[in-house]
Design a protein around this ligand. Structure first.
Ligand code: ATP
Length: 235
């Protein structure tokens, strides 16, 4: 599905990624873990074309997307939900979803897709006419994810969806991600909340200072002492 080989990104003097290798298989949820500044967001931004790599290759379903423009990368099936739930606060839930469908020319098709999303997320269905900015934090995160789903991505990349949410909302958002994945969408999930991420992920990677330091199945990482000590809150 996604293959990243030898990815290198520099921001001026800052070497943010150093030869990163990472893959996401069809139908997988892959967690990308690491401390602040490790290079997680940079990885997603490089895949979605927002940051230009200084080296390496990014291939999605045998298509080289390394230097494609961001809208072409979306059209190739890769959608990035950035950190911070950037919903349009003065637009309604429904209008936010329509914006997510800007590449869908056929109005009837767009309406079908949005109906499907309301079925998956009844909480948003009940709030179609509510302004985005008045939703709770968890609902805004669901809306940000829902807006990405309108593009029917093959690969959904989520940056810190649990950020700032109460534990019960974190669980609800993770459940939504799992449901989306069960529908066939592969997920690359950046999280500082390793506990929540490893509960739903199939595999994971740990990066530190722009380099991959660990990889394994979610079950392996959950019991790895280095992961437990550094990311799962204790020995
Ligand atoms: P966090 O969890 O804090 O968001 P992260 O793992 O997502 O961290 P990145 O945002 O990818 O980390 O940042 C990796 C490194 O690149 C950091 O040292 C950061 O300061 C640097 N960096 C990121 N974006 C820029 C930029 N636009 N200009 C200069 N340096 C940057």
């Amino acid at each position: 599905m996604l293959e990243i080989r030898g990815l290198d990104v520099k921001y001026g003097g800052v070497h943010a990624l150093r030869g990163l290798d990472l893959t996401v298989g069809e139908g997988e949820i892959v967690a990308l873990l690491g401390n602040n500044g490790a290079g997680k967001t940079t990885t997603l931004s490089a895949v979605s074309g927002l940051v230009r790599p200084t080296g390496g290759r990014i291939v999605c379903r045998s298509q080289d997307i390394t230097r494609m423009a961001p809208p072409k990368i979306v059209a190739a099936g890769v959608v990035h939900v950035p950190e911070g739930r950037r919903v349009f606060s003065t637009l309604t839930v429904h209008e936010n979803l329509l914006i997510g469908g800007y590449l869908v020319r056929d109005g009837a098709e767009l309406a079908r897709r949005i109906d499907g999303i309301y079925e998956l997320l009844p909480r948003l269905d009940e709030r179609r006419a509510q302004q985005g900015g008045t939703l709770s934090g968890g609902e805004q995160q669901m809306l940000a994810i829902a807006r990405a789903l309108v593009a029917r991505p093959d690969l959904l990349m989520l940056d810190e969806p649990s950020m700032g949410l109460a534990p019960i909302m974190v669980a609800a958002v993770m459940e939504v991600i799992r449901d989306i994945n069960r529908g066939g969408t592969a997920v690359l999930l950046v999280e500082q909340n390793a506990t929540a991420a490893l509960k739903i992920a199939h595999r994971g990677y740990v990066i530190e200072n722009g380099e991959k330091t660990l990889e394994g199945t979610a079950a392996e990482l959950s019991i790895d002492t280095r992961v437990v000590e550094a990311y799962l809150g204790g020995a």
